[in-house]
Write a protein that binds this ligand. Structure first.
Ligand code: C2E
Ligand code: MG
Ligand code: MG
Length: 639
């Protein structure tokens, strides 16, 4: 017997006993209190009602057990939890962000959820009874749907990306899973499709793709996309026997604008240049930003060098008008290198390389101009690569030499110091000028080793001179701008001084003006640290850079070396005279010594002395020579 049955039986018996007892007691009590038989019958009737009501209440309260006993409860409970489950399913069906579509076995839509309505834009009544082909976008070939149904049939499920059409007509991508539902007898009863709108993901994917191929600042194609387009253009030019031109453009002295006006202004200038150039070029010309202040232009139809040159000139002219940034009128020039297809190169990569060589030529021949690529440029580039290889060997084979050029006091004519200048004693090429290999050493990073070696040699030589009784105020050593920007310079100088035992007061470090102005903050920090060591500092080639006077004032420098370019025209060239006078006055006002280099004639020395320039150096005094060939006794009379 089940527990429910026993409980129900027990409750029923208890109830019968209690009811019988109650009737007995109540009858007895009522007949004692009421003699009048009419009144007694009345109260017995009320008692009967009361009992019936209580019984009904008890039965109502016990109905669950009773139903359980009668076998109805389980069924009701089942129906109740089924209803609960359905309610939950309906809530999920309606609240889910995925669109849900259910069709019957004939493929006619029987249910859609709220997300479906939101995604597709259709109302429920517009789609019920319709076929899902209503949403077809036309994006997929018929084979796509055939394959989908084949998978559904074989595996009962299909998932994939599918493009559908919203009610507005817009087509959009969705990720969809379709499942086949069978009834109890195994017959296909429904298809359920669940899908999500992935257009947002697709958008961010294409945004990422755009970012990977465009420069974020100007939105121009970047190097990657440009190379790609150039390859395509060359392939098409090859087929149609057309010529193309690739122009590489670099803004002149852009770094100066960045440094003096800040990177924000620099960025806006780049954007303005991009916009201006973009407006200049029509279809068939692609403009790209390769990085920094470097742009590239690809003209897909440019058969003659003259046309490419005209395009370059047009580009330079377009930049002549000032650019207005933040209320500042900025003037910016550019240099352009040109390389042509197919005469100069057959691949995009080679065209870029050639245009770069031509750009280098344009820059070194005075900027604000263009240069066409020539074969000699490749020869030069080749030579540069060879030198880079050989230079390392030269260091190991001890082919480098240090020469010393005398520096004289203009007043007394006495030799007071020397500048150490490196030379390369090449086994085949003879004495190679530093102008040829220092820039290459700077690019390959070998400069650090060379400068350290020259410094070591110069300090050792100075010690030897001192020991042999030669009194010089300083030995000057050139410090490359690359090395100057590095923090190890301080340790390197300290190490050399320690190794050679030279008193730091006799060592002068020459730093070029452009190295100082490249990154004035780092330069300032470096200079203060070097000054702590006790060495002297000089600014070399002064007048060629773009010193800010404010910054110059803060530098712990003892000397300005007037660049030989200004000395060359003395005393006849009015501009040179004016510039040299200004530099001398400037140095004086800042308590610095002035040193003129490149003095080749007596008149130059006389003029400089008259202007109260302190020191002079140049062929007129003496050329750079090896240490043993210095003429100590030479004391030319100036004036
Ligand atoms: P700089 O430091 O301005 O050196 C002066 C250059 O002018 C030297 O050329 C010198 O020989 C040359 N010069 C001196 N007097 C006259 C003159 O009267 N007329 C003419 N036309 N030239 C004169 P050099 O030795 O060919 O050096 C060229 C540049 O190479 C130097 O310019 C310096 O910037 C760099 N350099 C030389 N040695 C080193 C070195 O050891 N390390 C580094 N980093 N650079 C060096
Ligand atoms: Mg120098
Ligand atoms: Mg110099």
């Amino acid at each position: 017997m089940s527990a429910t049955y026993r409980d129900a039986l027990r409750a029923a018996l208890l109830y019968l006993v209690l009811a019988a007892l109650w009737l007995q007691v109540s009858d007895h009590l009522l007949s004692r209190f009421f003699d009048d038989s009419r009144e007694l019958t009345h109260w017995q009737l009320i008692n009967g009602y009361l009992l019936a009501t209580i019984s009904a209440a008890l039965i109502f309260l016990a109905r669950a057990r009773l139903c359980g006993f009668l076998g109805i409860g389980a069924h009701l409970r089942e129906r109740h939890s089924d209803r609960e489950r359905l309610r939950q399913a309906a809530a999920v069906f309606d609240c889910t962000r995925e669109g849900v579509l259910v069709t019957d076995h004939r493929g006619l839509i029987v249910h859609v959820n709220r997300a479906f309505i939101e995604i597709t834009g259709y109302r429920r009544d517009e789609v019920i009874g319709q076929q899902p082909s209503l949403f077809k976008s036309g994006h997929h070939p018929p084979g796509f749907y055939q394959a989908m149904f084949a998978t559904l049939e074989a595996e009962g499920e299909w998932s994939g990306e599918i493009w559908n059409r919203r009610k507005t007509g817009e087509i959009y991508p969705q990720w969809q899973t379709i499942r086949v539902i069978h009834d109890d007898s195994g017959r296909l009863s429904h298809y359920v499709a669940v899908f999500s709108d992935i257009s947002a993901i697709k958008d961010s994917e294409s945004e990422l793709k755009h970012l990977a191929h465009h420069d974020p600042l100007t939105d121009l194609p970047n190097r990657l996309l440009f190379s790609d387009r150039a390859e395509q253009a060359l392939a098409s030019a090859q087929t149609h026997k057309r010529g193309c031109a690739l122009l590489m453009l670099d803004l002149d002295h852009f770094k100066m604008i960045n440094d003096s006006l800040g990177h924000n202004v620099g960025d806006r200038l780049l954007k303005a240049v991009a916009t201006r150039l973009q407006a200049l070029f029509g279809p068939g010309i692609t403009l790209a930003r390769l990085g920094g202040d470097e742009f590239a232009v690809l003209a897909e139809s440019c058969p003659q060098p003259a046309q490419a040159a005209a395009l370059a000139q047009r580009t330079l002219d377009a930049l002549k008008e000032p650019v207005l940034v933040d209320g500042n009128q900025l003037f910016i020039n550019a240099s352009i290198g040109i390389s042509l297809f197919p005469s100069d190169a057959l691949s995009a990569e080679q065209l870029l390389r050639n245009a770069d060589s031509a750009l280098f030529k344009a820059k070194s021949s005075g900027r604000n101009g263009y240069a066409l690529y020539t074969e000699e440029l490749t020869a030069h580039a080749q030579q540069r690569v060879e030198i880079a290889f050989e230079l390392r060997r030269a260091m190991e084979q001890e082919e480098l030499r240090v020469y010393y050029q005398p520096v004289h006091d203009l007043q007394s004519g006495r030799l007071v110091g020397v500048e150490a200048l490196v030379r390369w004693q090449h086994p085949q090429r003879g004495l190679v000028s530093p102008a040829e290999f220092i820039p290459i050493a700077e690019r390959t990073g070998l400069i650090a080793e060379i400068d350290a070696w020259v410094m070591q040699q110069a300090c050792r030589q100075m010690c030897q001179w001192q020991q042999s009784g030669v009194v010089l105020a300083f030995v000057a050593v050139n410090v490359s701008s690359r090395l100057f920007a590095r923090r190890e310079l301080y340790q390197q100088v300290a190490q050399v001084l320690h190794d050679t035992g030279l008193d730091p007061a006799y060592l002068e470090l020459e730093v070029t003006e452009s190295a100082v102005m490249d990154d004035p903050e780092v330069a300032l920090e470096q200079m203060y640290r070097l000054r702590e060591l006790g060495v002297r500092l000089a600014i070399d080639d002064f007048g060629t850079g773009y010193s800010s006077l404010l910054r110059l004032k803060r530098l712990p420098v003892q000397k300005l070396k007037i660049d030989q370019g200004f000395v060359a025209g003395l005393p006849w060239d009015e501009d040179d005279v004016a510039i040299v006078r200004v530099i001398i006055a400037l140095a004086r006002s800042m308590g610095m010594q002035v040193h003129a280099e490149g003095i080749e004639q007596a008149e130059q020395a006389t003029f400089l002395l008259a202007q109260e320039c302190d020191l002079g150096q140049g062929y007129w005094f003496g050329r750079p020579v090896s240490a043993d060939r210095l003429d100590w006794a030479k004391t030319p009379l100036i004036g």
